[in-house]
Ligand binder design. Structure first.
Ligand code: C2E
Ligand code: CA
Ligand code: CA
Length: 538
């Protein structure tokens, strides 16, 4: 692809990414906006229904208290056994009755439907009441919406009568105070046509319905009007107290509630957009997919770098080093993808692949050189769990390798987390693997780690090998490491040996093994086999 075409493609990808992220952000913003509105409405509905139900219950309970008090008082007074006179004594008695029952506006004696005496002078004796609207089994009679002469200014009343004792109740005084100001309230009989003792403006007549059998309290959102409605059966079971919250008011409350949350929508939209931009950042998805594709489609292969025994000059082993053959034939070195695999949590997949390839390629070499040592590299995260031990144990047993014939190379970075690294290293060694510390001297390894970790081989980093014998300040370090490894009783290996002088220098210092371009660059296993067959001692 030409540089211009590549730049255009990159530009297109970038614009598409921004567009997708923007679309994602907008959809999330709008979606959360709608959702929050619904949530606000649901929350307000729940709260208001609860309040309405509470109010209706308290109002219904008061109506039962009035009935019970009337009952008690009627039995106490026993008016039927009293003479017909409406004397001062009876008037006073009626007045006391009026005062003793909450929410009662007047008390009367009613005989055969005619008021014969009353606690209030405004109500003239001789007033005839219509037929009662309700006749209860317990002897209680009730009238709804009664207009009494002389008392029209505050009516209509509910009249309740028992044993000739009747009380006047103003339903708006009895029921409305229990509800929040302005709440439309109705009190109506359970039986159709649901005659109403109280019907304040704002109650649509269609809402006056019976409760389902067995239900005493019902709070719901009316499907037709959208109003909230709470209906409560009075304890007598003959009337229903209903409070409503009109849909328009409910909506206004929900909107006010939503106003306190609405800032969340743009924030969520923005967060979603940033997340999408991050997820779609160049290289994120494609790198993961490409790397997995490479693992699964055998684009990863191994080269092996000979390891030479410096005292005998013979190749006694090799280090397996990964390579990635790209679709266009280009070969990538591990530095280009191993760190990426570590970042994406795919290191174990790479090591699995390394083990598969070694299992396939090593047997001819083992046939030619049964003690041949094979080393492989693992990433720090792989020491975090037991998986790696099982994988390498399988490889060892598959190839029937003797103890220490399989070498696991760890960098110093792997050793930082003692709690997870130490048990894994112990298990690796317990399972017959040799452990080598790679690139020794370049990492974060403090010398105290050397005492903490059991290991078998110290690999002296090639920077110290190339500096040895020069005027560089790090010139003497390689020699110090050799002395250190001798004092610890572990084997040493000089990495990156490029000249005969370096090889000779470290041989004289007693270094056991060496690796480097002087002896051979990383090569296919077939070339290792040739190298071994050229050695007359093999
Ligand atoms: P390393 O383990 O230190 O491997 C030695 C590296 O030094 C190899 O680079 C090798 O080609 C290079 N080398 C060998 N002899 C010489 C020499 O004489 N002079 C110079 N200048 N370089 C020499 P390579 O193959 O590119 O590997 C780089 C690193 O990638 C390795 O460093 C190792 O840390 C990592 N690596 C390789 N294969 C794997 C693997 O399978 N898994 C993991 N986790 N890491 C791997
Ligand atoms: Ca290595
Ligand atoms: Ca190394």
């Amino acid at each position: 692809m030409s540089p211009v075409a590549a730049a255009e493609r990159l530009q297109r990808q970038r614009s598409r990414r921004v567009l997708y992220a923007l679309a994602g952000g907008i959809v999330t913003g709008i979606g959360s906006w709608l959702l929050l509105q619904q949530l606000a409405l649901a929350r307000v509905s729940d709260r208001q229904l609860y309040l309405l139900s509470q109010s209706a219950t308290s109002a219904a309970e008061l109506s039962s208290t009035i009935r019970a008090n009337l009952q008690t008082r009627a039995i106490e007074l026993d008016l039927p056994s009293r003479g017909p006179d409406c004397d001062a004594d009876l008037q006073r008695t009626l007045h006391l009755t009026q005062l003793s029952i909450t929410a009662v506006r007047g008390a009367m004696r009613v005989q055969n439907g005619v008021v014969t005496c009353s606690s209030t002078n405004a109500l003239p004796a001789g007033t005839r009441l219509p037929e009662p609207m309700l006749n209860h089994a317990d002897g209680l009679h009730a009238w709804h919406r009664v207009m009494l002469p002389g008392m029209e200014s505050v009516g209509p009343y509910v009249v309740l009568e028992r044993h000739q004792l009747a009380v006047l109740v103003l339903p708006q005084e009895q029921f409305i105070p229990f509800f929040p100001a302005g709440t439309p309230v109705a009190v109506y009989t359970t039986q159709p046509p649901h005659s109403a003792a109280l019907l304040t403006p704002g109650v649509s007549p269609g809402l006056l319905t019976a409760l389902p059998p067995g239900v005493e309290l019902l709070g719901e959102r009316d499907r037709n009007t959208g109003d909230l409605v709470a209906r409560r059966l009075t304890p007598s079971g003959q009337a229903i107290v209903m409070g409503t919250l009109p849909a328009s008011q409910l909506q206004a409350m929900a909107t006010a509630q939503f106003a306190t949350w609405q800032w969340l929508s743009p924030v969520l939209g923005l967060l979603c957009m940033l997340f999408l931009l991050w997820r779609m950042r160049p290289g994120y998805r494609s790198a993961r997919r490409e790397l997995l594709h490479a693992v699964e489609n055998q684009q990863l292969f191994l080269l092996y770098q000979p390891v030479i025994d410096l005292q005998t000059g013979r190749c006694t082993g090799a280090e397996a080093l990964l390579r990635w053959r790209q679709n266009d034939g280009a070969i990538l070195g591990p530095d280009a993808f191993v760190p990426l695999a570590e970042q994406l949590g795919l290191s174990y997949r790479l090591t699995e692949r390394v083990c598969q390839v070694i299992a396939r390629e090593l047997p001819p070499v083992l046939a030619a050189s049964p003690h041949f040592r094979i080393a492989l590299n693992i990433s720090p995260q792989e020491l975090n769990g037991p998986q790696i031990v099982a994988l390498l144990r399988n490889l060892r047993s598959h190839l029937r390798l003797a103890p220490s014939q399989l070498v696991v190379e760890l960098t110093e970075g792997s050793l930082a987390d003692v709690e997870s690294a130490l048990p894994t290293i112990n298990q690796l060694r317990a399972n017959g693997m040799a452990v080598a510390i790679d690139d020794f001297g370049t990492g974060y390894c403090s010398l105290s780690y050397l005492a903490t970790y059991p290991f078998d081989i110290l690999k002296i980093d090639r920077s110290f090998i190339s500096a040895a014998g020069t005027d560089s300040v790090i010139g003497p370090i390689a020699e110090h490491i050799v002395t250190l490894s001798k004092s610890m009783g572990v084997q040493s290996l000089a990495e990156g040996v490029e000249t005969a002088e370096q090889a000779e220098r470290f041989r004289q210092q007693g270094v056991h093994y060496a690796q480097g371009y002087y002896f051979g660059a990383p090569m296919p296993m077939s070339q290792i086999l040739q190298l071994l067959s050229a050695d007359p001692a093999t």
